[in-house]
Design a protein around this ligand. Sequence first.
Ligand SMILES: [Zn+2]
Length: 428
Amino acid sequence: MKSNILLGIALGILVVSFNLFTMIGNSGFLLTKVSDYAESQIKLRNFSTALELYSHGYKIRSQKKFKVGIGVSQKRILEASIILHSDGNFSQAQKGYKEILKSVLVENQLLEDEAKRFEGYAANNYSELELLRLADSFQLKNPIKAFEMYSDCLRIYPDLKNKGTVEDKILKLAARFLQRTRAQHQEGEFTQAIKSYQKIIMIPCLSENLKLEATQGLSLAQQQKRFDFKVAFLTFDDGPSTNTLKILDILRKYNIKATFFVTGNNSEFGANVYRKIISEGHVLGNHTYSHIYKKIYVSVDSFMEDFLQLEELLHERVGIRPKIYRFPGGSNNLVSQTTGGKKLMDLLIHTLNAKGYQYFDWNVNSQDAEVILQDTQVIIDSVLSSSQDKEKIIVLMHDTIAKKTTPEALPEIIEGLREQGFTFDTLP
Ligand SMILES: [Zn+2]
């Protein structure tokens, strides 16, 4: 059966349908054949077939090659449809636009918007003159829309009769559009600004000055948007201790909020630290009362008993029952498997989830617990190097009494992360 399908794909005689994909199921090997076949369809200019193949591949496995393939096919279909459109073949063009709109969308808002607008023009059978007249009517009440329509018109009809006049109108409106985009950009609306800059750059008759300004604005906004999404969650485990106080002082100095996964401390000192963490705007998380692996990782009941003991203490001391927690050793620790069995961790997560608690591991390890007293520079370097390729980081650090170098490393960590474009926030 399978070999027949493969033969069919190889000969290119197979009609693409859902059946094919039901039959090939989830086999990675066959998916490779699907993407090869799709690629050959692009070469043969069978863009719709390619799009369908890539889309189904993407539904089975959301791999990058399928996503890229979808994007390429959509672009080609758009180009082909525009040619049909300019030839006055509205119904065929409309079919192409619709195909794009009903396919899997792959984060190309610009292409999607264009397909939507062009589909509208084709559905209304607008001739180039009608399209221009419509654009004229928008000039005063909605200059951005007018600008868009003039540019669309030029895109669909590159050999427009009164091209010069239209280009003049576009340029005038483009200057206004750029002005508005700059304002958006300044207000921090990066996504909108990026979209607008891209639109401006695509105008075929744009002057060098405007083009340069839009290009520069675009790359700046893209950078800023990237930075905008970079968030660091600093987390400190195992406190309270006098180091917690040092860390709180540093965080206050930098005006940064963090998350403290605390353990049980029944003294007045402990209560004061819990209170200080809360009153300075940070977040408390549960890290179990005893933190003793051999005690907590015996069964669900033993874990819950210890966990709730801390919850009661925190409630009594600061009136808070934390909804977030971190497993001592993280959710992948091996002790829980050897003492409580392989299924204990899953059971714990399930039980706690059902009660509305959420656990957090980390994706950046400061290495401050790898030895008793880690070198300050090692802590700094560990955090800053492994943060580099990430957008959301949860940084693991410790604030027990022994970890003297962690507060020493903290200022450089904060400054380094800020340089990388991170802002700071508390979990969750
Ligand atoms: Zn811990």
